[in-house]
Design a protein around this ligand. Sequence first.
Ligand code: PLP
Length: 398
Amino acid sequence: MTTDWKSIESKYYMPAVRRQPVVIVRGKGTRVWDQDGKEYLDFTAGWAVNNAGHANPVIADAIAEQARTLLQTSNQFYTVPQLQLAEILVENSCLDKVFICNSGAEANEGAVKLARKYGKMHLNGAYEVITAFNSFHGRTLAMTAATGQPHYQEPYQPIPIGFKHVDFNDVEALKAATTDRTAAVMLEPVQGEGGVNLPEPGYLEGVREWCDEKGMLLIFDEVQTGLGRLGTLFGYESFGVEPDVMTLAKGLGGGVPIGAFLAKEHASVFEPKGEHGSTFGGNALTCAAAFASTKYIIDNDLPGKALQMGEYLRNALEGIKERNDSVNDVRGMGLLLAVEFESEMAAGIYPACIDEGLLLGLLGPSAIRLMPPLTVDKAEIDLAVARLETGIKKAASS
Ligand SMILES: *Cc1c(COP(=O)(O)O)cnc(C)c1O
């Protein structure tokens, strides 16, 4: 007999998230299983988190060994996993210094604090950060304000000041919104949660040039695009545009909660005077997991695999589009892909796919998001695409 976890949830858990009727108990690679033993292909990867696959043995061993050795110290002291992680991130990116925290929102908070201090030091007290409409930067109060989607802000008004929003892919709008109060521009190189929106050719270059002209910092929120998802270890490499500050989280820990923000030397302005810190930030356990995961991603060229498998998946999705009138658009990069449907069909397709054994992310009422582990293979993609097409047909006929 299985416990009725759904009624336990509705009795005890705050109803902030709409759940699907699936209790996931186990995972391996691209697959997960529910409490009845039903198998699913997980094309959410824990929201672009399990880049090296579920229950990756290399990461599991690193976690187990670290758990038996040292979990946590006070940040007054050095710990080895934290410094191994710092070294691998800096040595494999264009950034010079790192601070490790616990989530994406917290990484972005840290980046904005850096920008505000930078503004005080170098830009006559400028403090504003310009972000894009349809961006997503997290759920703390300040990151709710940074996120360019008013529906996330509305229940919490008044929200913190210091953020302005402009259209993505519009350098002129950015220029027009810039004032002597602007300290930084913060963008996702590819917008994830807000629609899987790609930058047009020249856009990120134009933003970079404008930031250089004004002496402002360019922050890339790579919480979703980092760690191989777009086909390069960090998303900025796919576009040849370097940020001054970059934030990471989702794919960083291989499944454990961790975030980080990195800065070039000139933007690394914190001083050890209590300006920033974190009890758990740089925790030995999460850093050991993140170091093992990052090393696995690099050693096994998962970015290269994401590029190859992304192309394979994209072609298969284009095939679905050709065969199904209800599919309007296929877009994305690497293994961050979206399928847009006619009208509000996604809400029906999504549960139909769960029935078929395929887990997806919803992207508003009319689109779905696919972001499998970067270890996904062709056979798994073929199976997932077949399940998706069945789900589409069932939703269309119901
Ligand atoms: C998910 C996400 C965040 C927030 O990360 P959390 O770990 O949920 O706080 C921030 N930025 C982007 C681009 C994201 O995709």
